[in-house]
Write a protein that binds this ligand. Structure first.
Ligand SMILES: [Zn+2]
Length: 130
């Protein structure tokens, strides 16, 4: 069993093209040897955004704190704490924080997506060997 506090996991800047002010904690990632699902916690600084991107796997997102917007398949909607977002595989998507407030959310992906070429656009996995 792995049991920890998310703040015990080091936050990494997402330095992918198209990302600004984004950091990610792989709270359950490749280092955890979880075979099927990886869980990340993202922090987006005020005015920041994840890259506008798409990949074959879905995202399952739970907003923990802050304000922002999600764009998915051309639709843009506001985000608030407690809200959930399902981004279907293949849909182009982006998460933006509010200009005044940061945005914190959980994002689940399949472990098979972690090391795929498109994965760094959602936050590079630590110790990903391919
Ligand atoms: Zn994504």
């Amino acid at each position: 069993m792995l049991h920890t506090h998310f703040e015990q996991v080091q936050s990494q800047a997402v330095e992918q093209d198209g990302a600004q002010g984004v950091s990610v904690r792989w709270v359950i990632g490749p280092d955890s040897d979880a075979p099927n699902f990886h869980l990340r916690v993202f922090d987006v600084e005020p005015g920041g955004f994840t890259p506008l991107h798409a990949h074959p796997w879905e995202h399952e997102v739970f907003v923990l704190a802050g304000k922002g917007t999600v764009t998915c398949a051309g639709n843009q909607e506001p985000l608030a704490p407690g809200e959930v977002v399902y981004v279907p595989g293949g849909d182009e998507h982006q998460f933006r924080s509010d200009a005044e407030q940061s945005l914190r959310f959980i994002c689940l992906i399949p472990a098979s997506g972690t090391c795929a070429p498109a994965a760094p656009s959602c936050g590079a996995a630590p110790n990903c060997s391919g």
